[in-house]
Design a protein around this ligand. Structure first.
Ligand code: SAM
Length: 253
């Protein structure tokens, strides 16, 4: 079976995504390292250090689709190591309890965590609360990107930052060919060999190709009420590895 969303009605996408992450949760960290050859760590480091958490004293952060806590841990480490800030907090939110459970094993009692849908965070997440909203490799799994952006805008304080790390579009034709070969053959193969689950990894690759390109996503961020820098690499977005991944930021007006 293929998990291409063209054949899957949108209202089924959420349960499909849940099944995918239920089935990969216990192997998620290992598989991330294997499929990206560890590069996801570099991208996540760059994502968090570009946001400089703790730079203006303690920040209240929310990491949505936070999974096993990679971004939250980096935010807390960065604030503590670079700014001697131990007061910054991160609320980790994910739709999938299994992923959060894996994350909780890492954090033990040190962190608050929450099960919630990025598209409708719920009343416990109060308007105008957060200085920083992060979402890494999560938004493309959501049925409605505009709903996620709307919720991000709602919970951020005016002047707060929205930051998204996501797979994106590669412009360079040579890099694009190599990357396609790698994603369509090696990643599902690694899924089969290491996690016994080809279909979930096939889905992950397909979902990357369906995500809007850099400028289109930047426009969606503006449509949700954020201001962004100019529509260029280094402005509204910063490409990592030629656009394999990309950081988008916007500030709540
Ligand atoms: N941010 C983590 C990281 O970078 O390692 C996890 C990324 S993982 C590829 C995607 C996560 O998005 C999964 O944990 C999944 O459960 C979560 N997710 C998918 N749809 C969601 C939704 N509608 N609301 C909240 N989380 C969602």
């Amino acid at each position: 079976a293929s998990f291409g969303f063209k054949t899957v009605p949108e209202d089924l996408k959420e349960s499909l995504v849940k099944n995918v992450f239920d089935s990969v949760a216990s192997k998620y960290d290992l598989m991330n390292d294997a499929t990206s050859l560890g590069v996801h760590r570099l991208w996540k480091d760059e994502f968090v250090s570009s946001l400089r958490p703790g730079r203006k004293g303690a920040m209240k952060c929310i990491d949505v689709a936070g999974g096993t806590g990679d971004i939250a841990l980096r935010i807390l480490d960065y604030a503590r190591e670079k700014h001697y800030d131990r007061e910054t907090t991160v609320d980790v939110v994910d739709i999938n309890a299994q992923m959060l459970k894996e994350g909780h094993k890492r954090f033990k009692q040190t962190m608050y965590h929450n099960k919630s849908n990025a598209q409708d965070l719920g009343e416990q997440f109060i308007d105008n609360t957060y200085d920083l909203y992060t979402i890494a490799f999560g938004i493309r799994n959501c049925t409605s990107i505009p709903d996620v952006l709307k919720e991000a805008h709602r919970v951020l304080k005016p002047g707060g930052t929205f930051a998204c790390l996501e797979f994106s579009r590669v412009d360079n034709p040579l890099l694009s060919t190599i990357y396609d070969q790698y994603s369509f053959s090696i990643i599902p193969l690694l899924g089969t060999l290491l996690a016994g689950d080809r279909e979930s990894y096939q889905y992950l690759v397909e979902s990357i190709r369906k995500f809007p390109p850099q400028s289109e996503f930047a426009q969606m961020i503006r449509d949700a009420g954020f201001s962004t820098a100019k529509d260029v690499d280094g402005g509204a977005w910063v490409n990592l590895w030629g656009g394999i991944a990309c950081i988008h930021t916007g500030v709540k007006l």
